[in-house]
Design a protein around this ligand. Structure first.
Ligand code: F6R
Length: 612
């Protein structure tokens, strides 16, 4: 949801800003721009399209963009279509102030009217331009007071923001502010940066500060001053990134998505291994004590998109293993439906980015109602991770492709760990059972590696069906949860319409859509349900569907009705969703490649959804 970057130092800022923007492009990519202090003053170059278009425009404009301080933005449109004039940065007043913004200013209309009444002319339809004019309006023009002005301005804003602001009054200074959207400050030697996330600063420095809600920072080449909402200086902890650049590079793969699919055995290993000691699940993670986990009455799992789908798998595994009532809920619904949350309830919040606005709001609601909150999060020190009572990090490493794969797999692994732990502390499984389950968990990465061997088959099948207008995914129980994720993967990157159905439910209406040649992918990894799913396959075959069956090595049902069969290695059936998703990710990937889609940056999407 928009990426912002800023640099102030001694070197030419332009290539640093562009590089930063490239690494933030996954956050939004419908337009991009930069503002920098050049010999000619505060220059803004911005354009609809990708960062590459911006680079081209900078060359075309031909202005001397030699500068040592500037800000940049890559946009995911919320207010106003993607266009040159709606791109950021936006200038305030007569071009003295420039602003980049991630978030939504909810009261922008009323502010705009008031500023227009003061003679301000708006050039865009965005909410952000309001901030630029407001800062200009409040700015008295003294060198030292841009930060105070921004502080005064943000107090008039409703909504969410991460802001980068520069003013002609101090051409080496960036003022940053945050409420509800992520912002980090990279601490370098004689240079400092601001960015929406660490990937944009890591090529310059590994040290960073996280700006908290309502804080404002003054960022200059040799100092960073952070103030709270009262303008008082606050001391911030300087943290260090523990992964390197190569983790955020393609490493020879054509797309990040394929690289990340292939990294899944490692993501699962890194999530599971540190949490199994002496054949038992052992959480040294913040807040996850045995006492806390023993007394739970109900569990609410909350997430959006794939994180929700991981939660739907988790719900089934937890209910089967722990016999606790567990629901998996859409965060954006949960937050507005006055949910029934007891003081002894636990809320498991799942988010790769740790910044998803709906998930964060749902978590805050659950916390307020007295529930114990555990976050399963990939991005260290993200807002959800910091606000939850307990955190279980998925050590999947940076995930760059917009469509999640390895973070999803790591989320499943984290849910299995929680499930085994709860079952044990509640006395539902013996030490021996726990040992066996841990052995299965430790074996899971090998099974994922084995499952990845279906890659050539999935590539071939994808080529055969890449032109289908619609694909159905069917499954029961855990396979239904996996089918939902399979369907999301396909539609988000290949733009093929697809639906996931509980296999037994299709005949209650939707089966009318099945016709000659419709592709149906059936997932059947639960031995107890093999026959039931085969019956449902027969129903669609009778109506002309072509069927791809994804099942296990020990499938005993009648496969003769299926065009293609993918056999997965055998693992404990509770963990089977970790394997059945592998061919589905590969199928979606190769269909998208076959259709020449932009796999890593699908249209209309962004990786981190920080707006409602
Ligand atoms: C799909 C996908 C999205 C995210 C969802 C939640 O491939 O990536 O559906 O899962 O937007 O994002 P996080 O996990 O960051 O909260």
């Amino acid at each position: 949801m928009c990426g912002i970057v800023g640099f102030t130092g001694r070197e030419n800022a332009l290539p640093i800003l562009i590089k930063g923007l490239y690494s933030l492009e996954y956050r939004g990519y419908d337009s991009a721009g930069i503002a920098a202090f050049t010999k000619e003053g505060l220059r803004v170059v911005k354009t609809r399209g990708r960062i590459a278009n911006l680079e081209e425009k900078i060359r075309e404009v031909g202005c001397d963009m030699e500068c040592t301080c500037g800000i940049g933005h890559t946009r995911w449109a919320t207010h106003g279509e993607p266009s040159d004039r709606n791109s950021h940065p936006h200038l305030g007043g007569k071009g003295k102030v420039a602003v980049v913004h991630n978030g939504i200013i909810e009261n922008y209309k009323e502010l705009r009217e008031r500023l227009e009444a003061h003679g301000y002319e708006f050039k865009s339809e965005t909410d952000t331009e309001t901030v630029a004019h407001l800062v200009d309006y409040l700015h008295t023009g003294k060198q030292e007071d841009l930060a105070k002005t921004v502080l005064a301005a943000v107090q008039r804003l409703r909504g969410s923001y991460a802001l980068g602001v520069v003013s002609m009054d101090n051409t080496q200074e960036i003022v940053a502010a945050r409420r509800g959207n992520p912002l980090v400050i990279g601490i370098g030697e004689g240079e400092n940066m601001i960015a929406s996330d660490i990937t944009a600063i890591i090529s310059r420095t590994r040290k960073f500060i996280i700006l908290d809600d309502n804080e404002v920072a003054i960022v200059r080449p040799d100092e960073v001053i952070v103030m709270n909402e009262f303008g008082d200086k606050v001391e911030k902890e300087v943290q260090t990134v523990n992964w390197d650049m190569s983790a955020a590079e393609k490493g020879g793969y054509q797309h990040f998505m394929l690289k990340e699919i292939m990294e899944q055995p490692k993501a699962v290993t890194d999530t599971v291994t540190p949490r199994i000691k002496n054949n038992a699940v052992c959480f040294e993670d913040n807040g996850l004590t045995d006492e806390r986990l023993r007394d739970i009455e109900n569990i609410h799992i909350i997430g959006c998109g794939s994180a929700l789908h991981a939660g739907m798998v988790g719900k089934r595994v937890i209910e089967a293993m722990c016999r606790i009532r567990c629901s998996a809920e859409v965060a954006s619904e949960f937050r507005y439906e006055n949910p029934i949350i007891g003081k002894k309830d636990m809320c498991i919040v799942i988010s790769q980015s740790g910044e998803t606005a709906d998930t964060l709001a749902a978590m805050r609601l659950a916390k307020q109602a007295g529930a114990f909150t555990i976050a399963i999060v990939n991005v260290v020190s993200s807002t959800i991770a910091r606000e939850a009572d307990g955190v279980l990090y998925t050590w999947a490493g940076p995930e760059i492709a917009v469509a999640t794969t390895k973070a999803y797999s790591a989320q499943l692994a984290a849910l299995y760990l929680i499930s085994v732990k709860i079952a044990r502390v509640r006395g539902l499984i013996s030490i021996g059972d726990e040992r066996a389950l841990c052995a299965e968990l430790q074996r899971l990465p090998e099974c994922v590696t084995e499952a990845l061997k279906c890659q050539p088959d999935m590539q071939r099948i994808a080529t055969l069906y890449a032109n289908r207008p619609s694909v159905f995914f069917l499954g029961r129980g855990l396979d239904y949860a996996a089918a939902l994720e399979a369907s999301l993967k396909l539609k988000e990157i290949s733009y093929i319409h697809s639906e996931a159905y509980a296999a037994g439910e299709l005949k209650h209406g939707t089966i009318s859509l099945i016709e000659d040649g419709t592709l149906v992918v059936a997932l059947a990894t639960q031995p107890a349900l093999f026959e039931k799913t085969v019956s449902n396959i027969r129903e669609v075959v009778a109506r002309g569907a072509s069927v791809v069956l994804v099942t296990t090595d020990d499938f005993t049902g009648d496969e003769s009705v299926c065009q293609h069969i993918i056999r997965l290695p055998k693992c404990l059936y509770e963990f089977s969703a970790s394997l059945s998703i592998i061919p589905m990710q590969l199928f979606a990937y190769y269909v998208a490649v076959e259709r020449n889609c932009d796999v890593d940056k699908p249209r209309n999407l962004a990786k981190s959804v920080t707006v409602e």
